[in-house]
Design a protein around this ligand. Structure first.
Ligand code: 5AD
Ligand code: SF4
Length: 437
């Protein structure tokens, strides 16, 4: 059987799940997955461009295949994803890497098979980027690679146009899948034995907007009513659309994890306004209070950006203050990365690398100390863990509790896909170590 190798050049769940769609398409064509690119008949890159380093990573990875392709002339190299969808990027890629055979965008992912067939009977590279046409990719069957976890898209695209963000330009306008399609996909996954379903969208809270579909809290309630033991998670939530109804649904349904990813980005009102986030720091705190009123033990995670244009020391101090106040269970902290075509890229007052680096180090220190403090509270407690994987390096199984904490433990038997009670003996920053009881 011919072999394929796919390379996700950025680890966000949206991208990982899209690679599962690519894997499904290749599988239908008769390719099976291999884990060494040297043995591959086809290599597909699923790229990301959210920050410059993700883009550089993709360029580096594609560059590394030059030698292999020179020795393996019939091997097909295809590049898709967010990077190729940016205006003019497909041509730049083609000039820089003339040995790449197929370049496709985010909107025409479903045509990858046609492009591969076309390339097989054609000397020239196939370069096809299409405009947003409201695609919901319903015809693609994913080849899932993350058992017992499964990702399910509920919306695609984004309408928010945060001024720093490239996503609305490369993923198109926000569109929602039909609730009946989502419900039947989740039912099928549960019947196949998947134990944790994560609903994906750039802004899951605006699910159904502009349609006669049910709301996001209603969708969650319907999914939680599906029989069987499984967990439900969702990401990402935009604070401006986070409602009390959602907090109530989380509280009322055991299957919905008490864990919410709610990116705040900054604690400064001036910067939030310049980012076009459409909430102020106080609104964010109010949302957290509403959430905690209904779900007191809810773990809250976030995304933070430092070094946005014109961010002063006072603005950065406001971010530190907000982080101090909320007490996130973990957070992703990023240095602002200028993305061509976005509103922020044209702003004066870009912050030097040196200042941004200093700020991010301080922020990461604060976030890590909060994470460590929260981890310590687990010691001697017993938590329910879904076993997800075996870590060969550590020689231990790993899983997560409902709050998203990573837990390592020993076992003689394969426990992947099982819910277990683990007594925590020690905490190491973000991860915990324990014993199955
Ligand atoms: N620079 C830095 N971080 C960014 N993000 C999105 N765009 C940028 C950018 N240009 C971050 C945001 C978002 C997360 C997915 O990536 O924090 O929530
Ligand atoms: Fe980007 Fe803002 Fe949309 Fe998130 S909500 S994808 S940060 S534009």
């Amino acid at each position: 059987m011919a072999k394929y190798y796919h390379i996700t050049t950025y680890g966000c769940q949206m991208n990982v799940h899209e690679s599962e769609k690519i894997a499904g398409l290749l599988n239908e064509m008769g390719y099976e997955c291999c884990d060494d690119v040297q043995n591959a008949d086809i290599a597909v890159f699923n790229t990301c461009c959210i920050r410059e380093n993700a883009e550089n990573h993709a360029f580096g990875n594609i560059g590394m295949l030059k030698k292999l392709k020179a020795n393996k002339k019939n091997m097909i190299i295809a590049v898709g994803g967010c990077l190729t969808q940016q205006i003019g990027k497909a041509d730049i890629l083609h000039k820089k890497f003339p040995y790449v055979d197929v370049i496709f965008g985010t909107h025409n992912l479903g045509k990858l098979k046609d492009y591969i067939i076309k390339k097989q009977s054609n000397k020239k590279a196939v370069i096809e980027i299409e405009e947003d046409d409201g695609n919901l990719y319903e015809e693609i069957r994913s080849l899932r690679t993350s058992y017992p976890n499964a990702w399910v898209n509920i919306t695609y695209g984004c309408n928010n146009f945060c001024t720093y963000c490239i996503v609305p330009y490369v993923r198109g306008r926000e569109r929602s899948r039909k609730s009946k399609d989502i419900i039947s996909e989740v039912k099928e996954l549960v019947s196949l034995g998947y134990k944790e379903i994560t609903l994906l969208g750039q802004n899951v809270n605006s699910y159904g907007n502009g349609t006669d579909e049910i709301s996001f809290p209603e969708l969650l309630a319907e999914l939680a009513a599906i029989e069987g033991k499984f967990r439900l998670r969702f990401m990402t939530s935009h604070p401006k659309d986070f409602s009390e109804d959602l907090a109530k649904v989380i509280a009322a349904n055991e299957k919905i994890c008490n864990c919410v990813h709610l990116p705040v980005q900054s604690g400064s009102d001036k910067i939030l306004k310049a980012m076009n986030r459409r909430y102020m720091a106080a609104d964010y705190i109010e949302k957290i209070e509403t959430l905690k009123k209904h779900v007191p033990d809810c773990a809250i995670t976030t995304d933070l950006i430092v070094g946005f244009p014109n961010e002063s020391e006072e603005d950065f101090a406001a971010t530190m203050e907000l982080v101090n106040k909320v007490g996130f269970s973990s957070a992703f902290s990023f240095v602002y990365s200028k993305r061509d075509g976005t509103v922020a890229a044209k702003m004066d007052g870009q912050i030097s690398e040196e200042i941004s680096k200093m700020r991010i180090m301080k922020l990461i220190d604060l976030v890590n100390s909060q994470t460590r403090e929260q981890s310590k509270k687990y010691i001697n407690k017993t938590v329910e863990v879904l076993c997800e994987d075996y870590d060969k390096k550590k020689g231990l199984y790993m899983g997560r509790d409902e709050y998203g904490r990573m837990v390592y433990f020993n076992s003689e038997t394969d426990l992947i896909g099982e819910f277990l009670n683990v007594e925590i003996s020690s905490a190491n920053g973000i991860s915990l170590l324990g014993k199955v009881v």
